[in-house]
Design a protein around this ligand. Sequence first.
Ligand SMILES: O=c1ccn([C@H]2C[C@H](O)[C@@H](COP(=O)(O)O)O2)c(=O)[nH]1
Ligand code: ZN
Length: 141
Amino acid sequence: MAKVTSLRSKDPNTQVGCVIVDKNNCIVSVGYNGFPIGVDDDVFRWDKEDPNDNKHLYVVHAEMNAIINKRCDTLHDCTVYVTLFPCNKCAQMLIQSRVKKVYFLEDRDDLAFRASKKMLDYAKLPYERVAMSCEPYVIDL
Ligand SMILES: O=c1ccn([C@H]2C[C@H](O)[C@@H](COP(=O)(O)O)O2)c(=O)[nH]1
Ligand SMILES: [Zn+2]
């Protein structure tokens, strides 16, 4: 489901999907990486070369969108499924939301992701890499 959600992202380089479920495994939120509401993807392109317009300055991360979009009062004790390991900023928000576990598909080894792991470890928020046995079969309606 997180993988299918990621396909909605218009980031040409990395599509990220996030699904949050409650303790009964019911989906309480989904999110993918995209520009904020009102920032038009077609006008405000992802691949601008001007460093002032670098996508990283503008994009809302999948986990952040999922946290903001939640259809429940609290994410306390919820489980997060995300296609990319959460960056340091997303890790902060997941810790503060008091989710209980993070499952992820892809890992990265850079500054932000190393800091994220350090924070999750300190906060005792467990994370686990999962393998996908097949690519999702998506019917384009
Ligand atoms: O925690 C994260 C980290 C990154 N993302 C998004 C932000 C960007 O749209 C891409 C990463 O782009 P690269 O070109 O691969 O650096 O992933 C996210 O949603 N959540
Ligand atoms: Zn992030």
